[in-house]
Design a protein around this ligand. Structure first.
Ligand SMILES: *Cc1c(COP(=O)(O)O)cnc(C)c1O
Length: 843
């Protein structure tokens, strides 16, 4: 283990998050030693750093237990309306530091470890990320859980406990290589298995008619085993539950082999059933219509709905002794939020339960279902929209297919009534697509089955109403809402940037983590020299820290005085990492043309995972690494320009990057990025943004004013005009010598001397098949980048802008987002009241 921090360094950290109390420190040390002995079965002579991490994690978890039990008791006694957040992804990252901070015991644990000669940061670094998500959508779900607990909502997250999360990205010879993410290898100290609540899930089979209605029979059963994960609110003694389902084979799975005498084969085949929760599909914004994925989606929905209904029936509702049997009040007691269409089978599944099992008539069941469910759309990209082949549903979920058909029949009857004779409208609005292979449009099903539909930023919600869901908006305008995304300020400032957190608290007190609007008070110090100096110093320390991490992990030395220009997000053509690459090449060519011209030194960092099957995204990574090779090894360039591909971008790396960024790249083609949340993390940490008027960038610019952000490029309307006119990349290529030079270099093997044809395809896409109009925004992007460079030379101006960014980020707290969902969709009221603290725990 490395040397622990000095006492003074330690004190500095402690001041952010309260003062360590002697009794608490003593208690932590006692608990820690008990766990090292009884849980880890080690003494300090043989214990490894990982043992110490687990001993600390278990000690911290102990402090959750009474709060968790009491929160759930409180919900049972009070029986408020429950909110169920259904998501196939939860990109949680690490839990240890977040739990300590939310419980208010960070300093006590720090001090306890220090007194024991251990470096708490080194222990924290041994925790595996819970990488059960791909990118923004999964991270949003994680931020929402934090905010729902902090707002005291009786909320539950439901999802899948993937045995393998998002793959680990290795860069080998400038190419992405995927490694399986075996995150449960050393055990997960945060989860609690609940085998007593295991539930059967049906697949395949057939539907028969009985005097009592339809019946789904001869099914294959797989069990869903729940694992509960605690979600602590911020210093309010609330602990909510994230329940993740794991697939478990029934004991009689493939019994026919057993009867045939092949006992061994029957046991081995139990894997087949348990494969359902094996691995997260690694696609971001892309629909891959695989059977296993459909099974995952249904598995999650079916298990969750059984759980919801069990809890509804068992809940008090006036009388403790009566099991509730009528469903009249279901929508008053249950809100179900669908995180994209991935859990949209919840709609036909709820109908199936109400009609087939609970014997409600169709219309009552439909009224209950639509009043309960609400749907969040996350993308307008056509390749991302889920359209399941009817043939696949027919075999795996035959009863659900019937129900979907009937939902669609009644839906089209209503459309016909309102728009008589408009057959084309009925075709457009159908949940069943009939051209080519028959498919179910899950977005249409979700709209029809929900009482509210929302986009995730104002501009995105407008596009939904005007384009993707236009017909549905015309039919039911009141259904359509906006809920601009947010991020939790606990993880994305308090946890990841203690230096800046301290500075802010010194100025405006310590309430900002739960009332982020209060950051607006910082505006009055944006020109204050002392405050600017302090903010600059924190940024510089964070940059040095990131530089040290990068040097340790990659060997690359970067100039900490250079501007840290960062684009981290999944690699996708619509996010336009290639436009960033064109800027890098343009800067390089400028330096080569005139090596003595003044230049603002930059370190351009790009990071993100490519879906393993996304060829172009992998080529983009390869190109960036190849450009880095050329640029970084050119003596003429020297310290002016460095290019780094950040390996294995994930939540934990994001926590290290955001505090160290000077410039945030948010450069998607207008109209393609639904919201973005990375943009908000950068802003909150005092980076300036260069970006298009896309997603939440629009609202960020509104909040801070155009003087504090570098906006460039086409607006959505201008993109539409260009689309109509017809985009011809050659027009730009032939008329702009800088574009021509860049593309010729890519095309001609300048960056791939060993293989001159390596990037021919990339150049071909740019010139002939570019759906994202890179060249149309190139010139304006370069101009905006030049303005960035010039502004960076004026540090006083830059710092003023950075402070204005921080001060304007209050709107982007996920607490604000969740309060809006609560009031405008779920019909519940947030509560800032604390639950009483349990007596025996430290606090
Ligand atoms: C916030 C976050 C994202 C989303 O970033 P965008 O720039 O909004 O796409 C993706 N991955 C990780 C690890 C994140 O923390």
């Amino acid at each position: 283990m490395s040397k622990p921090q000095s006492d003074i360094e330690k004190r500095k950290q402690i001041s952010v998050r309260g003062i360590a109390q002697v009794e608490n420190v003593t208690e932590v040390k006692k608990t820690f030693n008990r766990h090292l002995h009884y849980t880890l079965v080690k003494d300090r002579n043989v214990a490894t750093a990982r043992d110490y991490y687990f001993a600390l994690a278990h000690s911290v978890k102990d402090n959750l237990v009474s709060r968790w039990i009491r929160t759930q008791q409180f919900y049972y006694e009070k029986d408020p309306k429950r909110v169920y957040y259904l998501s196939l992804e939860y990109y949680m990252g690490r839990s240890l530091q977040n739990t300590m901070i939310n419980l208010g015991i960070n300093s006590s644990c720090d001090e306890a470890m220090y007194q024991m000669g251990l470096d708490i940061e080194e222990l924290e670094d041994l925790e595996e990320d819970a990488g059960l998500g791909n990118g923004g959508l999964g991270r949003l779900a994680a931020c929402f859980l934090d905010s729902m607990a902090t707002l005291g909502l009786a909320a539950y997250g439901y999802g899948i406990r993937y045995e393998y999360g998002i793959f680990a990205q290795k860069i080998r010879n400038g190419e992405q290589v995927e490694e399986p993410d075996d995150w449960l290898r050393y055990g997960n100290p945060w989860e609690k298995a609940r085998p007593e609540f295991m539930l059967p899930i049906n697949f395949y089979g057939r539907v028969i008619d009985t005097p009592d209605g339809k019946k789904w029979v001869d099914t294959q059963i797989v069990y869903a085993m729940p694992y509960d994960n605690p979600i602590p609110g911020y210093k309010n003694n609330v602990v909510n539950t994230l329940r993740l389902w794991s697939a478990k084979s029934p004991v009689d799975f493939n019994l026919k082999f057993f009867n045939d005498g092949d006992y061994i084969q029957a046991v081995l085949d139990r894997n087949l059933a348990e494969n359902i929760s094996r691995v997260l599909y690694p696609n971001d914004n892309f629909f891959e219509g695989k059977e296993l994925r459909l099974k995952q989606e249904y598995f999650m929905c079916a298990a969750t709905l059984q759980d919801i209904i069990r809890r509804y029936k068992a809940s008090k509702f006036g009388s403790r002794d009566h099991v509730r049997t009528d469903f009249k009040h279901f929508p008053d007691k249950v809100a179900i939020q669908l995180n994209d269409t991935h859990p949209s089978l919840a709609i036909p599944e709820l109908m199936r339960i109400l009609v087939d099992d609970e014997k409600l008539d169709w219309d009552s069941a439909w009224d209950i279902t639509t009043r309960t469910c609400a749907y969040t759309n996350h993308t307008v990209l056509p390749e991302a929209l889920e359209r399941w082949p009817v043939s696949m549903l027919e075999s795996i979920l035959p009863r659900h297919l019937q129900i979907i058909y009937h939902i669609n029949f009644l839906h089209l009857e209503r459309i016909k009534k309102k728009f008589p004779g408009d057959l084309d409208r009925m075709r457009r609005m159908s949940c069943v697509e009939e051209d080519g292979e028959k498919r179910i449009n899950m977005a249409h099903l979700s709209i029809v089955g929900s009482h509210a539909v929302n986009g995730v930023a104002a501009i995105h919600s407008e596009i939904l109403k005007a384009e993707l869901f236009r017909d549905f908006y015309e039919y039911e305008p009141k259904k359509f809402q906006n809920k601009t995304n947010g991020i939790t300020p606990r993880r994305w400032l308090l946890l990841c940037n203690p230096g800046l957190s301290d500075l802010i608290s010194e100025k405006i007190g310590e309430e900002w983590p739960v009332h982020l609007d209060q950051l607006a008070q910082l505006k009055k110090w944006s020109k204050d020299k002392n405050f600017q100096r302090a903010v600059a110093q924190v940024k510089q320390e964070n940059k040095l820290k990131l530089a040290a991490i990068l040097e340790k992990e990659t060997g690359i030395k970067i100039n900490p005085a250079s501007m840290f220009d960062i684009q981290v997000k999944r690699i996708h053509e619509y996010k336009r990492q290639l436009l960033n690459a064109l800027h890098i090449i343009t800067l390089y060519n400028r330096i080569k043309r005139d090596p003595t011209a003044p230049f603002t030194p930059r370190t351009v960092m790009i990071g993100g995972k490519a879906a393993p099957g996304y060829y172009m995204a992998k080529q983009i990574i390869k190109l960036i690494c190849s450009i880095a090779n050329v640029v970084n090894n050119d003596p003429i360039v020297g310290d002016k320009l460095k290019v780094v591909f950040l390996e294995n971008y994930r939540v934990t790396l994001a926590e290290k990057i955001m505090p160290a960024a000077d410039l945030s790249e948010q450069i998607s083609t207008a109209g393609t990025e639904a919201s973005g949340t990375g943009n908000m993390k950068f802003m909150l940490n005092g980076a300036l943004t260069i970006g298009t008027l896309d997603g939440a960038n629009v609202e960020m610019a509104e909040e801070m004013g155009n003087d504090n952000i570098f906006i460039f490029g086409m607006t959505v309307d201008q993109v539409d005009d260009l689309k109509r006119k017809g985009y011809n990349a050659y027009d730009y290529y032939n008329n702009n010598p800088d574009i021509k030079q860049c593309v010729d270099q890519i095309q001609g093997g300048f960056f791939s001397p060993g293989n001159p044809n390596e990037f021919k395809h990339v150049a071909d896409v740019l010139l002939k098949y570019d759906r994202y109009y890179l060249f149309a925004d190139y010139e304006d992007y370069m101009k905006a980048q030049d303005k960035v460079s010039a502004t960076y030379q004026n540090q006083t101006k830059w710092l003023e802008m950075a402070i204005n960014n921080i001060a304007s980020s209050g709107k982007f707290s996920s607490d604000r987002t969740i309060a809006e969902y609560a009031r405008e969709i779920w019909g519940v009221e947030p509560s800032w009241e604390k639950l009483p603290a349990p007596h025996e725990v430290i606090n």
